[in-house]
Write a protein that binds this ligand. Structure first.
Ligand SMILES: Nc1ncnc2c1ncn2[C@@H]1O[C@H](COP(=O)(O)OP(=O)(O)OP(=O)(O)O)[C@@H](O)[C@H]1O
Ligand SMILES: [Mg+2]
Length: 346
């Protein structure tokens, strides 16, 4: 297994606009890292450069401290699962999966054992003698996954490997990938634009925006301390409060006293809070952090209700788990608990 270091990566196509602008990060041996970001931000490009399928304009890829820039793709011993599956059309599922092991000249018995084990894990045992054209998109995706896992690669690169699976299979497969990754202590770089998916399985998450890294941290830290409004919005924060003036241990925001707990918060320019952390009409008396407002719209979410509440600080989105729904036009008081107000520096 390996650790990976990506250093000062820049990529421009045909000398034109830079699609990657100074990407640097490391992945610890045995960690699973997800790259999360919207379409076109440079996720696939980053992965393809690491794999050696395209070259970087500037920068280095180090595996266990060795520059692999000049090492050809087939010698890198990286597993790859891409958006397109690239299966061999003339080979059965079994032979597609066995291919890498045959290249390594393993014995027939060993190949049989390893392939069957991985086919079982990926739910393909029944389909082992089919050809790719006789499979659905999701099944082909699983063959591609099985083929890359079976050789026990030093680094596994996955570009949206679950995008063609239905929701149930997707959840099952992602926990299979995570279990397998832990069991085999594999280093994995996983590209997705599904926030839930990457938070569920990653040791660290790398959030990209326009060819740059916006934040690289554990899911917990990103969830509780998003570094920018971009990241915050990406992971479900919906309320952004501009700070007007700072007085000692609290913030004055348009003449409303909002107290904060964290030292960092006192220097914040913007505060953010999740919709489910705002309380409507708190039962206990609260001395501060209260704002008067009016409900302007509502939405039923199944387990809870989502309201838009218009206040002197702007419109807040609030989620409340409650048996009965409030009504549009209701006058309410919002309570913003200090401990849930997070500072944003950007
Ligand atoms: N061969 C190419 N020539 C010119 N521009 C390219 C080429 N390949 C990719 N790009 C551009 O580079 C940018 C990043 O593309 P990339 O495929 O890395 O995005 P992505 O984050 O993987 O998006 P998606 O989520 O849609 O897969 C895009 O603006 C894309 O148009
Ligand atoms: Mg892509």
């Amino acid at each position: 297994m390996a650790n990976l270091e990506v250093k000062d990566l820049v990529k421009s196509y045909n000398g034109k606009t830079k699609v990657l602008k100074d990407i640097s990060f490391t992945i610890k041996n045995g960690d699973l890292v997800s790259i999360l970001g919207p379409s076109g931000c440079g996720k696939t490009t980053t992965l393809r450069i690491i794999a050696g399928l395209i070259s970087a304009t500037e920068g280095q890829i180090l595996v266990n401290d060795k520059d692999v820039g000049k090492v050809p793709v087939y010698k890198r011993n990286f597993g790859m699962v891409f958006q397109s599956y690239a299966l061999f059309p003339h080979m059965t599922v079994f032979n597609n999966v066995a291919f890498g092991l045959k290249m390594k000249k393993l014995s027939k018995n060993e190949i049989q054992k390893k392939v069957n084990q991985i086919l079982k894990i990926t739910g393909l045992s029944e389909l082992s003698s089919r050809y790719p054209k006789e499979l659905s998109g999701g099944q082909q995706q699983r063959v591609s996954l099985a083929r890359s896992l079976v050789v026990n690669p030093q680094l596994l690169l996955m570009d949206e490997p679950l995008s063609n699976l239905d929701a149930k299979l997707r959840t099952k497969m992602r926990s299979e990938i995570r279990d397998l990754q832990k069991k085999l202590k594999m280093t994995v770089l996983f590209v997705t634009h599904d926030q839930r998916e990457c938070f569920a399985i990653s040791d660290k998450v790398l959030i990209m925006k326009d060819g740059r890294i916006d934040q690289y941290d554990t899911p917990e830290n990103i969830f509780h301390h998003p570094s920018s409004e971009y990241v915050a919005r990406f992971i479900g924060y919906d309320n952004f409060i501009k700070v007007d003036e700072i007085v000692n241990d609290h913030q004055i925001i348009s003449n409303t006293n909002i107290f904060v707990t964290d030292e960092d918060n006192i220097h914040a320019k913007v505060l953010t809070i999740r919709p489910e952390n705002i309380l409507i009409n708190p039962e206990e008396n609260k001395p501060n952090n209260l704002i008067d407002g009016t409900i302007t719209s509502l939405e039923y979410l199944g387990q809870s209700f989502k309201y838009k509440v218009s206040t002197s600080l702007g419109t807040f989105t609030v989620e409340e788990a409650r048996k009965s729904m409030r009504s549009s036009g209701d006058k309410v008081q919002l309570y913003l608990p200090s401990k849930h107000l997070h500072p944003l520096s950007r």
